[in-house]
Design a protein around this ligand. Sequence first.
Ligand code: ZN
Length: 327
Amino acid sequence: MNEIFIGIDLGGTNIKIGCFDSELKLICKTAVATEADMGPDVVIDKMAQTVEKLLDDSGLSLQDITAVGIGTPGPAKYSEGVIIKSTNMPKFKNVPICRMLNEKLGAPVVFDNDANVACWGEYVVGAGKGAGDMVFFTLGTGIGGGVISNGKLVHGCDENAAELGHIIIYPDGRRCNCGQKGCVEAYASADATAKRATEAVEAGNESSLKKVLDEKGKITSKDVYEHLAAGDELAREITDGTAKALALTCISMLHITEPKRIVFAGGMIAAGEPLLARIKDFFNEYIWTLKKEPVEICFATLGEDAGIIGAAALAKQARDEGKYKSG
Ligand SMILES: [Zn+2]
């Protein structure tokens, strides 16, 4: 019988679920509201029912599942399958999600940090394919990260490694959501980019973005790169700030893990080639010349399905490594 891997992306707002074949090709997918306020029992129950319905709609059943992978924000004890707590889901405290879902689905369940999962997806079937050593950033509300060294995700001694968004690039710089000052996240996430643009316009800098702020009451990262494309000088400066912060972080990561490829994902990459080109420019400007050549810097290719693809890929990997007995 063909193998079926289920990939689940558990977020504070939505639960995305995908069903994949043994080649990690998507068979079908769906999404439901998380309703995290209902608590873990209700959410996990809904997750299981949604998986069952998704399979049913494709003429499959729970018995067809080879394994299930889940990605969700930390902190968590991933190897033990337990969510310790969750900023987006306050009622999730010490939730043994793998065991609970395993009891409902009857299949092995593995999980990891959502950024690690997206990183793994890009590594297995996306922009990082064949890289062996890879560094991954996801640029959204914050900056998530993943590191693959010798073909394996780096987890660290307490399983919270690769918090790349909190690498300090400017000591005593802007205050980050984490409490530190000068983290790359405080400069280059989609939210930080929008915030810097808003502050610059409010400070009286000339820009076509002023009209956006006046009309909508806020500036988004999408506004910034749209106005960049239209030739706005302030949008260019703000984008340069984002690109430089990311380039400096890339250089630090290059010296630590020596990746073959550095992959950026998340909302900000919709800015496209103008952003990527500037990251490369700053990287080449600041890098120690001996290290310049080997690394490739690129954008992710899996888009919004990275979470479910990565989760399914994680489940497949755990099976391949014999971490559980295949049902
Ligand atoms: Zn931080």
